[in-house]
Design a protein around this ligand. Structure first.
Ligand SMILES: [Zn+2]
Length: 115
């Protein structure tokens, strides 16, 4: 899988040729943003709008209807994260979120992975 940075670099807009760097002559400037998003999606990346957390007065930021809590009172990062009262690492949550997004994509009829 190409990195997002590689894909974006492959699809830069060229003012010199007035076309996408990938060489697809059907892509206009007006359609270029959607073209880049499609290239990222087709390469297995997901672009999602992240929900905003709800901060409280005790240095906590809450998500998922107060089931997920980030304790921002520590002095080092990443901060502690608690899900349903269980400590989770930020890296573990990123991995789990990616697994969930991949499962949702399959559920919606997208790529099925290596079957
Ligand atoms: Zn392109």
């Amino acid at each position: 899988m190409s990195t997002a940075e590689q894909i974006i670099a492959e699809h830069r807009w060229s003012a010199l040729t007035d076309a996408c760097k990938c060489g697809d002559p059907t892509i206009s400037w007006g359609a270029h943003a959607a073209h880049v998003v499609a290239a990222l999606t087709n390469a297995g990346h997901a672009l999602v709008e992240l929900p905003e957390g709800i901060p409280d007065d005790d240095g906590q930021v809450w998500f998922d209807e107060f089931d997920v809590r980030v304790d921002c009172t520590g002095t080092s990062r990443p901060y502690e994260v608690w899900v349903g009262g269980r400590s989770r690492s930020a890296a573990g949550l990123e991995h789990l979120a990616a697994e969930y997004l991949a499962a949702a994509r399959v559920a919606e009829g997208g790529e099925r992975g290596d079957l």
